[in-house]
Design a protein around this ligand. Structure first.
Ligand code: NDP
Ligand code: OXD
Length: 308
């Protein structure tokens, strides 16, 4: 088996020795030193090198180094190519931690205190605690479900929304278009953990914000294209929304002139909410390389028609 590794974020010096130790005898090559492209059986990538996969005529599988797969451009892959997203306990843990941090910052008014400090103002805001801040988690998959449970374990009332009905301990679950309005109506901090698909693109828009209570907060950890930037700015500027925490953007990096950078009610981070931990994730990737060799279904294989 020939495996091609490429990432602009993940360090091959951390990944390749781990993969090699788990897959003795397999040939792991790091882009661009890959030799004959037709020999590549499996591509392990965050974003594939521009146009490269088209020349991998023997490609059997693509393993994403991210939990999301929209960045792979998989529409152009031949139908027999299997695609897997990354499910890794290290990544999931970091994502839940980020959501908890963002929710606690709002529940304990740290955003308001940051603004008051910048204005040298002693602004006493009576703390109310987390119990009065219902968090609504959009997307109850691997990361969304773990996030909802972690928030609930930390005292937040939590509700969740997904495409299909779910049951999660301590989380009030809603599903489908029919459940969305009730879900949003009780959400004070909205955390987006949806995958990007044609159905979820632009979902964080003016119509959705209008269904949140006045003074709600938005935390976008999914993808930049979930959010209609102008609608967020309008909702913040009218004070319908009180703040936003954004980890993902369209495009990344966000251009310097974008109004998000200097907005007093937006906290930005550069797509760092979670990353795969090679110590734990290399095992999952190695198992998928073994499965690709045997022509088996991959772990966390993406339903290509569904898009996640
Ligand atoms: P999963 O595939 O495990 O879960 C996706 C969830 O979204 C499922 O509950 C699914 O519902 C729900 N969903 C999908 N489409 C719809 C829809 N149209 N309406 C309602 N619900 C829908 O994904 P993960 O939890 O592993 O990851 C979620 C996303 O988080 C990734 O796709 C990625 O975009 C983002 N991410 C961001 C990172 C960052 O650093 N910022 C890091 C990692 C991930 P159902 O189960 O009913 O099908
Ligand atoms: C992602 C990731 O999908 O970093 O954004 O895993």
């Amino acid at each position: 088996m020939t495996v091609m590794f490429h990432s602009t974020l993940d360090d091959p010096a951390e990944w390749v020795p781990r993969l090699q130790a788990l897959l003795p005898g397999e040939d792991i090559r790091v882009w661009p030193d890959i030799g004959d492209p037709a020999a590549v059986d499996v591509a392990v990538v965050w974003i594939p090198p521009e146009g490269a996969l088209a020349s991998f005529s023997g490609l059997r599988a693509v393993q994403s180094l991210g939990a999301g797969i929209n960045q792979l451009g998989m529409q152009s892959f031949p139908p027999q190519v299997r695609v897997a997203r990354l499910v890794d306990r290290g990544l999931t843990g970091m994502m839940t931690e980020y959501a908890l941090l963002a929710a606690l910052r709002y529940a304990r008014n740290l955003d308001a205190h940051e603004r008051a400090q910048r204005a040298s103002t002693w602004d006493y805001i009576m703390p109310t605690g987390v119990g009065s801040f219902t968090v609504g988690v959009m997307g109850l998959g691997v990361i969304g479900a773990a996030t909802a449970m972690r928030l609930a374990a930390n005292g937040f009332p939590v509700c969740g929304w997904a495409r299909t009905p779910k049951t999660l301990d301590g989380v009030r679950c809603f599903s489908g278009e029919a459940g969305l309005t009730e879900f949003l109506g009780q959400t004070r901090i909205l955390v987006n953990l949806l995958p990007l698909t044609p159905q979820t693109e632009n979902i964080l828009n003016a119509g959705l914000f209008d269904r949140l209570p006045r003074g709600a907060f938005v935390v976008n950890m999914g993808r930049g294209a979930h959010l209609v930037d102008a609608d967020l700015l309008a909702a913040l500027d009218s004070s319908h929304l009180a703040g936003a925490t954004l980890d993902v953007f369209r495009p990344e990096p966000l251009p310097e002139a974008h109004p998000f950078w200097l907005h007093p009610r937006i906290l930005m981070t550069p797509h760092v909410a979670g990353t795969g931990d090679p110590d734990s994730a290399a095992e999952v990737v190695a198992e998928n390389i073994r499965r690709a060799k045997l022509g088996e279904t991959l772990l966390n294989e993406v339903d290509r028609a569904r898009g996640y």
